[in-house]
Ligand binder design. Sequence first.
Ligand SMILES: Nc1ncnc2c1ncn2[C@@H]1O[C@H](COP(=O)(O)OP(=O)(O)OP(=O)(O)O)[C@@H](O)[C@H]1O
Ligand SMILES: [Mg+2]
Length: 256
Amino acid sequence: MTSICFEHVSKWYPRYQSLSYGIKSSLLNLPATIRSLKRERITVLNEVSFRIRRGETVGLIGPNGAGKSTTLALMAGIVEAEGGRVSVTGRVSPLLELGAGFHFDLSGAENIVLHGVLLGLTRREVLSRMDAIIAFSELEPSIHQPLRTYSSGMIARLGFAIASCLDPEILLIDEILSVGDLAFQLKCNAKIDEFKRKRITMVLVSHSMDHVRRLCDRVIWLEKGRIVGEGEPDTLIPAYEASTRARHAENRPSAA
Ligand SMILES: Nc1ncnc2c1ncn2[C@@H]1O[C@H](COP(=O)(O)OP(=O)(O)OP(=O)(O)O)[C@@H](O)[C@H]1O
Ligand SMILES: [Mg+2]
């Protein structure tokens, strides 16, 4: 059964540009200026198609700006595609960029409730899992402090604890595992193994090839908004690393 399906998905944003002809002439020629601003766009994903089956753990890899986080945001329904079709079957628990969706003036405990309700649970359902979430995060001493007093590792702990204790069907994880300390990483790995056994679908974005190799069944490699390769971690990761090294060597000024 398919959990996530992308069919020729394209995403673009308007390009913000300076008014190169000066403000005065741009204002005098306003319709033309608006037309030119609308025409200019940055294509972030270009005709991307793939399928993720229920129970798979898929890694998205690729350089900075390749479109990995945008792909997760489309899966979570946070942004919409300009072209193509995104279909997702199951309740999505997104663990996106650090602190995304959190309110920094609220306490850790208040953020747990807020997040749970945003994910579609009732307040009572969230409260019944509150103790488990706090225990998993190991943040009990600070759970009533405002989030702005948390370190980035503490925020990652809270995010992972919430997403993983609220019965996800599809878990999206963007670069969060490497922020926590070793003990927390081990705990996350164990939880992810447990999810794999329960056939929870997971999509993991990471620059740590060790994480991807250890956790993922399949890898999708993105570059400049296109899929460059798709396959088993053992074949695709060495290819990605070799391509990155080759590019690095090309760009390095020759030692003269
Ligand atoms: N809201 C936005 N407006 C304009 N451009 C955007 C927006 N969000 C993302 N982009 C652009 O989309 C491209 C892909 O961004 P994305 O965050 O998906 O990359 P990424 O693969 O997650 O990179 P990283 O490894 O650095 O996290 C980048 O060029 C980025 O500037
Ligand atoms: Mg990203």
